[in-house]
Design a protein around this ligand. Structure first.
Ligand SMILES: *Cc1c(COP(=O)(O)O)cnc(C)c1O
Length: 384
């Protein structure tokens, strides 16, 4: 009996996997991106599930994530999506047979050194800067790196990749330009005698919108986790969200019309009603949004409008918790570890009942247990 937990439907993940694979030709491999605790679904169980179902390449952001997968027995290739910052880290990565990314000549020098000192073969992918401006080599740097690393027989440059800044934009011009820059670097390296077998530049959005950019591999995370990325794009496959954040009703009280609910007294009952207390709140990721700066005036206005409509209690914009499949309006501000809801009149709810809450998957703490289920039966659980 837990106060709160996350249910992950493995069948939904596998359905999403089959959908993604149906988009790819035989020449294109899938690299499953399982960074950030597999987008909140639980790093180890999600990756092991995918591996057991034929996925042989993974990507994570950090060394620590990759080491966790190796410790759990994952055999497949694991590509790191961020640079390693000292030789010790590179040595650990080589020992764990990880695929290292190189995004600066300094990264290349560190890898070179570590490979020689360990006398062990290692694989790496070159990251090319084409316009996201996060990590990546310029054309000249890529050439220099290829020249210097080609003298080290322990190093195999298996892949070359880039990452798109705004593939969901209605105007594809910037993405096409990034692709062109990427190809230009690949071609230049080819002319100089460096042929790198696996080229990749497609995240979920690119995979859907630009099939000609699939190349030898795509790096997909969002689609596997059951969501279409933000923006207008074809939706050729049926996706299912495997994720449900659950908690319990731990108290129910009857209150007269006019009662105010919660801190700051922001919610008032128009009629006598029952209020249920749910055992999870914003400390668990309920009703929490990532507060990135708005992406322009339109975005800022849209956000303000949503807040306004929620304040006016326009039903589509009210936050809801589901109990026995019935929507219940959240009453007042979400507390740190509790949420209050107004129960619909006809709904019989006992203390101890389960409730499904809206939560930002990647903001639900990894400490909250992920319970993996197949359809309805529980198969295994992972908690910390
Ligand atoms: C997160 C990430 C991806 C996966 O992107 P999705 O849109 O979630 O499929 C691919 N490549 C890189 C470099 C990433 O950081």
């Amino acid at each position: 009996m837990h106060d709160k937990w996350v249910e992950i439907d493995d069948d939904a993940i596998l359905g999403n996997l089959a959908g993604v694979q149906s988009l790819l030709s035989d020449a294109t491999r899938l690299i499953a991106v399982v960074k950030a605790d597999a987008y909140g679904h639980g790093l180890v169980p999600t990756a092991l599930l995918l591996e057991a179902n034929g996925v042989d390449r993974f990507a994570v952001t950090f060394l620590a994530e990759a080491l966790k997968l190796r410790q759990a027995g994952l055999k497949a290739d694991i590509l790191l999506l961020s640079p390693l910052v000292d030789e010790e880290a590179v040595i650990e990565a080589i020992r764990a047979d990880l695929t290292i990314m190189v995004s600066t000549p300094q990264d290349a020098a560190l890898t070179d050194q570590a490979g020689r000192s360990l006398q062990r073969r290692l694989k790496l992918h070159l990251k090319i800067e084409t316009g996201l401006n996060r990590f990546g080599l310029s054309e000249e740097e890529a050439l220099l790196v290829c020249r210097s690393l080609s003298e080290n027989h322990f190093i195999y440059i298996e892949g070359i990749y880039t990452h798109m800044a705004h593939a969901g934009a209605s105007d594809p011009a910037y993405t096409l330009r990034q692709f062109e820059r990427f190809n230009q670097v690949v071609n230049r390296l080819h002319q100089e005698g460096y042929d790198i077998p696996i080229r990749h530049c497609a995240n979920s959005t690119v995979t859907l919108r630009f099939p000609h950019m699939h190349l030898e591999a795509v790096r997909v995370g969002t689609l596997l986790s059951g969501q279409y990325p933000v923006g207008k794009m074809p939706r050729p496959i049926q996706l299912r969200d495997p994720f449900q954040f659950k908690a319990r009703v731990i108290a129910v009280k009857h209150l007269p019309a006019g009662s105010s609910i919660g801190y700051f007294r922001t919610y008032r009952l128009k009629k006598a009603a029952r209020i249920a207390v749910i055992s999870a709140g914003f400390a668990d990721g309920v009703a929490v949004a990532v507060t990135n700066p708005p992406a322009g005036w339109a975005d800022a206005l849209k956000r303000a409008l949503k807040m306004l409509l929620a304040r006016l209690r326009i039903s589509r914009f009210i936050m809801r918790v589901y109990i026995q499949g019935q929507p219940c309006a959240v009453a007042g501000k979400v507390f740190m570890q509790f949420t209050l809801v107004e129960l619909p009149d006809q709904l019989e709810v006992a203390v101890g009942s389960q409730a499904s809450l809206p939560a930002n998957k990647t903001l639900v703490s990894p400490a909250v247990m992920r319970v993996h289920c197949q359809g309805r039966g529980m198969v295994k659980a992972e908690g910390h």
